[in-house]
Design a protein around this ligand. Sequence first.
Ligand code: NAD
Length: 435
Amino acid sequence: MRVAMIGTGYVGLVSGVCFADFGHDVTCIDKDVEKIEKLRAGEMPIYEPTLEDLVKDNVAEGRLTFATDGADAIRSADAIFIAVGTPSRRGDGHADLSYVFAAAEEIADLMDGYTVVVTKSTVPVGTGDEGKRRTRKRRPDAEFAVVSNPEFLREGAAIADFKRPDRIVVGGAHDPRARKCMEELYRPLYLNETPILFTERRTSELIKYAANAFLALKITYINEMADLCEKVGADVQQVARGIGLDNRIGAKFLNAGPGYGGSCFPKDTLALVRTAQEAGAPVQLVETTVAVNDARKAAMADRIVAIAGGAVKGKTIALLGLTFKPNTDDMRDAPALDIVKALQKAGAKIKAFDPEGMGEAEKVLSDVEMCKGPYECVKDADVVAIVTEWDQFRALDLKRVKAAVKTPLVVDLRNVYRPDEMRERGFTYVSIGRP
Ligand code: NAD
């Protein structure tokens, strides 16, 4: 099948290359000229494990191409995906749908013959209806279907998630031609018996928000348990294991930490809150989750200030990890941003090292000394803070760390190390939710 992917970001690029790997003929389109030029030169604009090889293979096989002007690809496509960003609209927290509708209008002007327009971007309930209305108005003659197919991949494991998803959700594919098109696109997964859930379009749109909000809530719940553990002398990791072994709860998303961040949970929880308020059915649990998480991210810097003796003015804080989670370079809404800004405001000097995120971090942070490796980063530090649990921070040479720092104070926001081990090695060590 011929596929046009509008938007070649984390989702568009990963979905595009995976569809190509399934055997489809894919054009990934983006307005960002630099991004497309990089991809054409074989350079990846984002970091995602195994992405580069998969892109190279599929380009070499002639199944994957990149374009800034997608007119030809859109005209000839059987399915056109919209995978553009839907960031929080400034001021009110609603999803900003301007990129989605701009892409829909481009498609409307160009599509030729029966076309399935598939929204992969995360969009509020009713966006597909509105897109369909606008398209019909622009092209009363056209034959098309508007389908919702939300994406559930996780950055850092995106290729594996796309190729082995827990489920695929398709909304609004009532026309047998649209349904057949979607089945054909995901055929390799169909054969693997991946559940494909066909629903109404509005239901599909809501499933994505309901899933993300639930996961955000789960993280926030264990974070609150961690705070309680600290007060009552319990261990949150054992609490998480003790509850997670219950199948009804499940072990995933029970790692206490500095609060959720990233490009999805913060904006999607906010957008769901707004949708629900406007629909007259407020989701109070999600509203509370948003507030608790915001407060948590803001409070993380306080832990670092506290271990430093109550003030960090003129002190050097070394941050190991900046991205919102390991195996990505994505800095959007990362807890590190709040931490750095709060510490700088308190007068600290910040050094940082992140295996993949420093390029992105430099675009959004200023006055941070970016280091070449973890040992250069901790050199002469008054406090070391582990902010992201990259594998390479799990097995640091602690002797070398101790010799390099000015004072052996460690704040571990990801519970990478064992408190007894750190104390034995002479560190004053604070982690999350552990005695
Ligand atoms: P992104 O910002 O990485 O990429 C979006 C891309 O779309 C950008 O490169 C931008 O230049 C391009 N674009 C915008 N308008 C365009 C147009 N008219 N024509 C061509 N290109 C255009 O965003 P992302 O992280 O890939 O997210 C995309 C959508 O997928 C969002 O709705 C997001 O919520 C959702 N989503 C993201 C993830 C994730 O982990 N990042 C996971 C699931 C769902």
